[in-house]
Design a protein around this ligand. Structure first.
Ligand code: PEP
Ligand code: MN
Length: 338
């Protein structure tokens, strides 16, 4: 961290910066110019120290961070890419993992037929929401723990791993023995009690990017799960709010490349919630695979027109089958498999 003093700052003001650095167990290096002093704050943990602690001191002109503010999620901390194991499945390896299923679990028949279809076309994980985080309290809220039971039944019958969203630490008991991957949704990316609970559960988790979160904030959220003792974090880009109104959210495809550069964690992309429309979803899914995503999380419904949630962005069975063929060709072109 570099602390630039105001020109003409007093010796006392410089001393107070040095004193604070020492209190925070950091070393300092002083650069004394003709009319300006620059103090370098050194230490392996400076990424975790708030710049405010120096900015607030009298005589300080500016503070610039050099270390990233996240640690456990960073490549500096962990150089080799992490793969997350879900049973026999590996997320973050050569294979691109397609996770597909309805937005919300509506019934046994709906989930079972979707599971059969998507798995027969190469999806390796079944998705489905039981506890739905809806923008309006008057929208369908999901089947709750009954939905978890439906999912568990389909999981047992077909032997396919499942992912479902947890919206509250209280639901952990209902989900922990029934769900292979816990999803933390975009609206909960900064729900720190939930992140800690998911961390303590040790269960593989998908951490979605908050709809107004920077990549740095997202990786700081990942640090919550990692620091609670859970190394099995899969990041999921699902689009962010921008000024653009033609899509539901703007898919920040560049975050895939940024995360691959700055973090060791696997990253998947959800083109469904980004696009908001079934006609756009396949194109975004293909862009994600081309950009280096380790997987795709996609909404598929047997009857999108009558879906209880997100029907407009859900793929039909036949659209999903076509997409899988296209994705295989792109995966091959970028040296991956599906
Ligand atoms: C979902 O995947 O069901 C969901 C609600 O997504 P998001 O949290 O990205 O909005
Ligand atoms: Mn949805």
């Amino acid at each position: 961290m570099i602390v630039e003093m105001k020109s003409g700052a007093s010796q006392e003001e410089v001393d107070s910066v040095v004193e604070r650095a020492h209190k925070l167990s950091c070393d300092v290096q002083l650069n004394i110019g003709t009319n300006k002093v620059v103090v370098a704050i050194l230490g392996a943990h400076t990424g975790q120290i708030s710049t405010d602690l120096f900015e607030v001191l009298p005589g300080v002109a500016s503070v610039t961070r050099i270390m990233r503010p996240y640690k456990l999620a960073s490549r500096e901390f962990h150089e080799e890419p992490t793969t997350v194991k879900v049973g026999d499945l590996e997320v973050g390896g050569k294979g691109i993992v397609v996770m597909a299923g309805p937005c919300a679990i509506e019934s046994y028949n709906q989930l079972r037929s979707t599971a059969e279809h998507v798995s027969s076309h190469g999806a390796r994980v079944l998705r489905g929401g039981a506890f739905k985080p809806r923008t309006s309290p008057f929208s369908f809220q999901g089947l709750g723990s009954d939905g978890v039971e439906v999912m568990y039944r389909v999981r047992k019958e077909l032997g396919i791993p499942v992912v479902s969203e947890i919206t509250d630490p209280h639901y952990l008991d209902a989900m922990i023995d029934r769900v292979d991957i816990l999803q933390v949704g975009a609206r909960n990316m900064q729900n720190y009690a939930l992140l800690r609970a998911v961390g303590e559960s040790q269960r593989p988790c998908i951490l979605k990017r908050g709809l107004a979160a920077t990549v740095t904030e997202w990786l700081q959220a990942a640090d919550y799960v990692l620091s609670a003792g859970n190394p099995n974090v899969i990041l999921c880009e699902r689009g962010i709010r921008t000024y653009e109104t033609t899509t539901r959210f703007t898919l920040d495809i560049s975050s895939v490349a940024v995360v691959k550069r700055d973090s060791h964690l696997p990253i998947i992309v959800d083109p469904s919630h980004a696009a908001g429309h079934f006609a756009l979803v396949p194109k975004l899914a293909k862009a994600a695979v081309a950009a280096g995503a380790d997987g795709i999380l996609i909404e598929v419904h047997p009857d999108p027109v009558n879906a209880l949630s997100d029907g407009l962005q859900s793929l039909t069975f036949s659209d999903f089958a076509t997409l899988m063929d296209d994705l295989r060709a792109i995966a091959q072109a970028v040296g991956r498999t599906i």
